[in-house]
Design a protein around this ligand. Sequence first.
Ligand code: THG
Length: 381
Amino acid sequence: MSGAMLFPSRRLRATPYTSRVTALGVSGFTVYNHMLLPTTFEGLREDYSHLKKYVQIWDVAVERQVQIEGPDAHKLACMISARDLSKAQIGRSYYAPVCDQNGKMINDPVALRLANDKYWFSIADSDLLLWVQGISLGLDLDVDICEPDVSPLAIQGPMSEDLLVDVFGEDIRNIKFFHFKAFPFKGRMLNIARAGYSKQGGFEIYLDDSNLGGDLWDAIWGKGEKYNIRPGCPNLIERIESGLLSYGNDMNREDTPLEIGLEKFINLDGDSNFIGKQALIDQLNVGIEKRLMGIEMDGVEMTPVAMPEAVMVDGQKVGTLTSAVYSPDYVGNIGFTMISAEHAHDGAKVIVESAQGFRNGVICEVGTLLKRVKANEALYS
Ligand code: THG
């Protein structure tokens, strides 16, 4: 990758927080849902170490909401979600894979039930809005679908709860994981969830008025000094350690939730008749031919994966490296690989044709990565 800048234009949407992120020294952006998403501030390694110790404020406005509202909202939400939402509760969120009719992943959003007849699907990087509008139109459903003016701001890291208590009050502590509650801010009620794209603990604030972006950022930043707050963003090293998958990287339109390890979030036995269900049942019966696995690799410190990198056994391509990075706490290069089922088992040996040359790799379960990180953290703390 070159160090060239992203040329500005209206297609590349700024967020209500972009001015703050820029003022605080963002050093890299990516594009996500046609919008700017910071990737680094001080550097991947520095951002990572800080995230694990203190608290960071993240502009994740790119997590756009697909809002479904109206008498058929619940019906439509259940149709598009491979996660069983039939008993979804108001005030709770659900990691909800969305599949096409062939069971292939369209998006892996977080679904929030706001009311009996209102959902937000907090989306990953694909145009879920078009799919949902198309289905609604085709079936003549009684719903309004839009991308509302909602821009999540994440507060992540072990100090995030104490910091948000200072801003919003003690009731912050009562929010359970993947639940959300409304808190007043400048005359509005903002939904705050205990969630976020890291495993360091934290919250997501669903700001629903872009004009208040600067004020919200400043209110939190202003109370953050004693917790050593810094700006941050979803961190590549931390997310790989934590087994958090990235749509477009670790999975795409070629893959089903059964292949990427999301079977625990879907229910093929229940009554829910979501789109893609039959295809997934068929796939289970035929057998799963490829799986997303963890991988450890030797050699010099790896740089992020930008091009397809082949995973080989006996000179044959058996898979692709989907994400990779050097992890200080794992003490090694780690990543994910989509690999043929034959080799998708703990301890399988492979050769990776990485951008920096051939290296030896060993396959593991995705969850094994975090286990070794935790063991090392305990050892060195
Ligand atoms: N928060 C919100 N929207 C999002 C993301 C987010 N949209 C885009 C992207 N992230 C969607 N992908 C994920 C992937 C993983 C998780 C959340 C969103 C996640 N997974 C936990 C896990 O796998 O352990 C917990 C899942 C659960 O228990 O339900 O958090 O981060 N608003």
